[in-house]
Design a protein. Structure first.
Length: 428
């Protein structure tokens, strides 16, 4: 049963890491691409966020196909599609072209996330999912940590166009690895022996009642709508909305915030400093996901880190320009640890609220809240920056959104909410 941890999850992690690089590398292109194409901060923020409008369109469809056993082939096709579109970013010459290409990139990447949630549910029981999600979702802080130095190196020897083209080639190469190692469920995994397969299926059946045939629901329209009306699921929608405003606003504009604090940094140094908060947040993600799997309730391991992150951003805004660069980096690092660390915990809470068979489509629909937040975050922070002398107002905006996400998480994972979700599950 160890092989699912060392084969399946690392392949998923690298796949999403590459996707994350292709959707966020625009943050490192902005300082040179913006002036070259004559784009304002608000336009660049909109271009960064419009990807997630396309992302929203294919969320439910991707989850629906994954629920029906097409996860492996679906992601392979999507990888080729987003690689081609990512390369096309290097050839844009206007704001309109940039917006169109970013939207298409979102369409190509949208089906991946709900597909991964379906795969984790098929391979890991309810007491393993936070750790399993934590491993593949290490892609977020790791990609954010490596993207800075990687982008800085590419920009040192090329241009923003080179950055898009080089990183766009990665999914075209990795698609072959995905097809080799991925399997939608244990029954079809070629790298499992018959003995290991039987032991794993027995383990899953014995330790996770929700994976039994009796608890599985067919993804009919009635069942899906019943799940979407669950109070816990509705609250999770708003958790994802406000959390992602803070999350993507932070990711996209962090290099610009650091650059405003230390204008003398070259592209390589800026990349390394931008990677620091995300590198440290790897530790918080691992710790929180492990503690959440061992706890009776995962609620505290999602709520309090979000509150701490919000406070760090608000303090950073209140002291903006009046503290040393080192203190500013410390506050940004604390914020990153909470924002990233809760990722697998929140998604484990979310998937526990719905039955197998509809996990992909329901989470795909619910994650539209996250997609809307991801779209709004870069744009709102960019707008706040364009109408104020610094990024302080943007930091306050992100902090307030994280507080709202924490409150919604508290009630979404409360015992009463989960009991209501289970009641909907059994009545569907």
């Amino acid at each position: 049963m160890l092989r699912r941890w060392i084969i399946l999850l690392p392949i998923m992690m690298v796949t999403f890491l590459i996707a994350f690089l292709d959707r966020t590398n625009i943050s490192f292109a902005i300082p040179t691409m913006g002036p070259e194409l004559g784009l304002t901060a608000s336009v660049l923020g909109f271009s960064s966020g419009v990807l997630f409008l396309g992302y929203a369109i294919t969320q439910a469809a991707g989850g629906w196909l994954a629920d029906r056993g097409h996860a492996r082939s679906l992601v392979a096709v999507l990888m080729v599609a987003w690689g081609i579109v990512a390369i096309a970013q290097g050839f844009v010459t206007s704001a309109t072209q940039l917006v169109i290409v970013r939207f298409l990139l979102g369409l190509a990447e949208g089906g991946i996330f709900p597909t991964f949630l379906v795969i984790v549910r098929a391979w890991f029981n309810e007491r393993e999912r936070a750790r399993a999600n934590g491993i593949w979702q290490l892609c977020y802080p790791i990609s954010a940590a490596v993207s800075g130095p990687m982008a800085g190196l590419i920009l040192q020897h090329g241009s923003w166009k080179t950055l898009f083209i080089v990183e766009g080639i990665l999914p075209l190469v990795w698609a072959a690895v995905w097809l080799w190692g991925m399997a939608e469920k244990p029954a079809v995994a070629k790298w499992l022996s018959d003995q290991d397969r039987a032991a794993l299926l027995k383990h899953l059946a014995a330790s996770d009642l929700a994976s039994s045939a009796a608890a599985r629901q067919e993804a009919t329209r009635e069942v899906v709508f019943e799940q979407l009306r669950s109070p816990a699921v509705i609250l999770i929608f708003f958790v994802l909305l406000f959390w992602n405003i803070g999350f993507l606003g932070f990711v996209i504009w962090l290099p610009s915030v650091i650059k405003q604090y230390a204008s003398s940094l070259d592209s390589v140094a800026l990349g390394w400093y931008s990677s620091l908060p995300f590198a440290v947040s790897v530790i918080s993600l691992v710790i929180l996901s492990n503690l959440a799997d061992r706890a009776v309730s995962r609620r505290g391991y999602a709520v309090w880190p979000l509150v701490v992150s919000a406070l760090a951003l608000i303090v950073g805004a209140a002291t903006y320009g009046n503290v040393s660069f080192g203190i500013a980096m410390l506050l940004l690092t604390i914020a990153a640890c909470g924002i990233y660390g809760v990722y697998p915990v929140v998604w484990s809470i979310a998937t526990d609220a719905v039955p197998p068979g509809v996990t992909g489509i329901v989470m795909g629909i619910v994650n539209i809240g996250g997609v809307l937040g991801a779209f709004a975050g870069p744009y709102l922070v960019g707008y706040a920056r364009s109408v104020s002398p610094s990024f302080a107002s943007g930091l306050v905006l992100m902090g307030v959104c994280l507080v709202v996400a924490a409150v919604c998480t508290w009630f979404a994972s409360a015992p009463d909410s989960l009991r209501q979700a289970n009641a909907v599950r059994h009545s569907a």
